[in-house]
Design a binder for this molecule. Structure first.
Ligand code: ADP
Length: 168
């Protein structure tokens, strides 16, 4: 039976850091469902449709190289409910630093209490992409900085367009 993983996050936008975790999850699961969390209280820069489309484009080469089947869905409730709806048996998360660790372990334990049938698997960020955070990348782009080291071209263009619209 194919093992399905669920990778939740905001992906506002998808970065090379996310792509590192997605590509490496091919060693753990046969299919990965990326869950785009849409919280009514949390204003995202990009719409969930834009984030879906950027994920689809950015993940194509990963599927070509690894064979990992990848899809993306928006969700606005609990990650465990979205993971179950995706028929996943594992939740995949990336760990960058101690701040991620503290938050992620607590979250994994809460999720484990809510849904004991789901296992959370952490992948340590790769050294080359460890420093990338979508929020910082959005700030850098907002100040006119070069984000090409952090974002695939389509993510970069979408962020620049959205920031321009915000300013106009
Ligand atoms: P961000 O914190 O960049 O806004 P998300 O909220 O979309 O990212 O995070 C989704 C998941 O991806 C989390 O498990 C987060 O720790 C992980 N992640 C984000 N950026 C990186 C990175 N550069 N390297 C490894 N994992 C990452």
């Amino acid at each position: 039976m194919a093992r399905i993983g669920f990778y939740p996050g905001s992906f506002d936008p998808i970065t090379y850091g996310h792509l590192d975790i997605i590509a490496r999850s091919a060693r753990i699961v046969d299919k990965l469902v990326i869950g785009i969390g849409t919280h009514p209280g949390k204003k995202a820069l990009l719409s969930s449709d834009e984030r879906l489309s950027l994920i689809a484009t950015a993940c194509k080469p990963v599927t070509e190289h690894t064979g990992l089947r990848i899809s993306a869905v928006p969700f606005d409730g609990l990650a465990v409910d979205a993971a179950k709806a995706a028929q996943a048996s594992v939740i995949i998360r990336g760990l960058r630093d101690a701040t991620d660790f503290d938050y992620e372990v607590q979250m994994a334990q809460m999720n484990g209490a809510l849904a004991p049938e789901l296992e959370t698997v952490f992948l340590a960020a790769s050294p080359a992409t460890r420093m990338i955070a979508s929020s910082l990348v959005r700030q850098i782009a907002g100040m006119g900085g070069d984000t090409s080291l952090f974002l695939p071209a389509e993510s970069r263009a979408a962020v620049e367009k959205a920031l321009k619209q915000l300013k106009s």
